[in-house]
Write a protein that binds this ligand. Sequence first.
Ligand code: CP
Ligand code: NVA
Length: 316
Amino acid sequence: MTMSIKELKGKDMLCLKEFTPEQVKYLIELGLDLKRRYHAGERILNTLNGKSIAMIFEKPSTRTRVSLEVAAYQLGAQPITLGWNELQLGRGEPIKDTARVLSRFVNGITARVKNHNDLIELANYADIPVINALSDLSHPMQVIADYMTVYEKKGKFKGLKLAFIGDGSDNMVHSLMIAASQLGIDFYLGSPKDLKPNNEIFKAAKSFAEISGSNIVITEDPLEAVDKADVVYTDVFVSMGQEDIAEAKKKLLKPYQVNVKLMERANNNAIFLHCLPAHRGEEVTDDVIEGPWSAVWDEAENRLHSEKAILTSLIP
Ligand code: CP
Ligand code: NVA
């Protein structure tokens, strides 16, 4: 590792486009190192002894909430989990006031929000790092765990092909596409033409790709996207907060289900990833998520180790 942890102390993590490829690689490597140490019996690290972290959730969560709380515990920090509506935020206290008050009490904030702009406002007014625990735009913490899993299974990044099949406007697509372009992975998106990635994210990914040499390809044909892929990724057809357009999205995305026929077009030793929660029979079939390709449980475990890497690196 060429960089030092000091370079990241105090930094927000809102979207991976605000990170250099070296910083992203560093977090992945640190996550893998912490995982090795955890399995060798070194469970309590105490690198954030005496620190407190506010963890705000405006939407439900299983993995992110539990892995963040356990990660904080293993680092010696106190996690304080707060539902949006338990805070005065739910009664209309401005985000900017909440940010300044929490900055006087705690050493870092993680937040899962409906609107990415709220996260930006929180970060603008907080004196402490604000870490995105999922927004409508991106899910950077998940992607550090995802690429840890890719490295564990494939032993490299450069030259791999990752295919995302499904909703092209999904928060996971944005974070996966940015990190793929930083890591030199070819990113293929198989998605309906009406569900395109955010343009700013796409442009940022393109500029990272010019340097790393990765290809970013968007096609409406899921078979073309998945052809000879090393990693096949999907996410729910209907994200949290999109319940009002659920039926329309499910109809549009029906041809984009990851099933055995699709997996057979990928490379022989391809792996299947999903950030979870999964809806079997919608975006993925049971025989794929339970089948030989599936690395989703290792991927889920990696949330714990990646969270430790992120918290210990960013929180001063
Ligand atoms: N993958 C993920 O973020 O899961 P949760 O919504 O359960 O946190
Ligand atoms: N796209 C999904 C990801 C869940 C982890 C959502 O936002 O609901």
